[in-house]
Design a protein around this ligand. Structure first.
Ligand code: HEC
Length: 173
C-alpha cells in the first residue's frame, strides 16, 4: 500500500469516528431533553405533585371501633381533619345496632355481652336503664373489656345510642 492510500484510510476512519461521537452526543442531549419534559423536574411542580396526590389518595379509610383512630384525622383531607360533626338525626335502635354495635355485641368480641344473651345481660340490666345509657354514651372499661364511647361512633346523636341500648336491652329481657 502506498503512503497516499494510508493517508486516505486514516482520514476516512477519523471522519467516521467523529461522526459517531457527534451522533452519540446528539442522542444524549435529545434523551435528556425528552426526560426533562416527561419526568425529571416535574416533582418541583406543585400542581403536578397535587394531582399525583389526588390520584393516589386512598379511596376509603376504616375507623376501627375501640382502636386509636386519630391517625385518620392527620392523613385525611381538610374535611377529615375537623372532628366528626355530631349528627342530630335520631336513628332507630335496630339501625344503630346493626351498623355499629353488632360488630362487637353480635358475637361477643372483646368480652362484649352478646345480643340476646339473657344471662350475660341480667346483671347489667339490673343496674337500671340510666346507667346503661350512660355507659354506652361515655364508654366503659369494665371487667369484661372495653366498651368505647358510643361504640366508637362519636358522630351518632345521644338519642340514637340510647335507642340502640334500649333495643339491645329489650332483646335480653
Ligand atoms: C368495640 C366493641 C364494642 C362496640 C362496637 C360496642 N360495644 Fe358495647 N360493650 C363492649 C364491651 C367489651 C362491653 C363490656 C364492658 C365491660 O363491662 O367490661 C360492652 C358493654 C356494653 C353495655 C353494658 C354497659 C354496662 O353498664 O354493663 C351496653 C349497654 C353497651 N355495651 C351498648 C353498646 C351500644 C348501644 C353499642 C352501639 C352503639 C355498642 N355497645 C357497641 C364492646 C363494644
Amino acid at each position: 500500500m502506498s503512503k497516499k492510500h494510508d493517508n486516505q484510510f486514516i482520514t476516512m476512519v477519523s471522519v467516521v469516528i467523529g461522526g459517531l461521537i457527534g451522533l452519540a452526543i446528539g442522542i444524549f442531549v435529545f434523551a435528556r431533553d425528552v426526560g426533562n419534559h416527561t419526568s425529571g423536574g416535574r416533582l418541583d411542580d406543585p400542581d403536578y405533585v397535587r394531582e399525583v396526590r389526588e390520584r393516589t389518595a386512598p379511596i376509603g379509610r376504616l375507623a376501627i371501633a375501640g382502636q386509636d383512630n386519630s391517625a385518620l384525622a392527620i392523613i385525611g383531607s381538610a374535611a377529615a381533619m375537623t372532628a366528626p360533626a355530631v349528627s342530630t338525626a335520631v336513628l332507630s335502635g335496630a339501625e344503630v345496632y346493626k351498623g355499629t354495635c353488632l360488630a362487637c355485641h353480635g358475637t361477643g368480641v372483646g368480652g362484649a355481652p352478646k345480643y340476646g344473651d339473657r344471662a350475660a345481660w341480667a346483671p347489667r340490666l339490673a343496674q337500671g336503664a340510666a346507667l346503661l345509657h350512660q355507659h354506652a354514651l361515655a364508654g366503659l372499661t369494665g371487667k369484661a373489656g372495653v366498651m368505647p364511647a358510643k361504640g366508637g361512633r362519636a358522630d351518632l346523636s345521644d338519642q340514637s345510642v340510647i335507642n340502640a341500648v334500649d333495643y339491645i336491652a329489650a332483646a335480653a329481657r
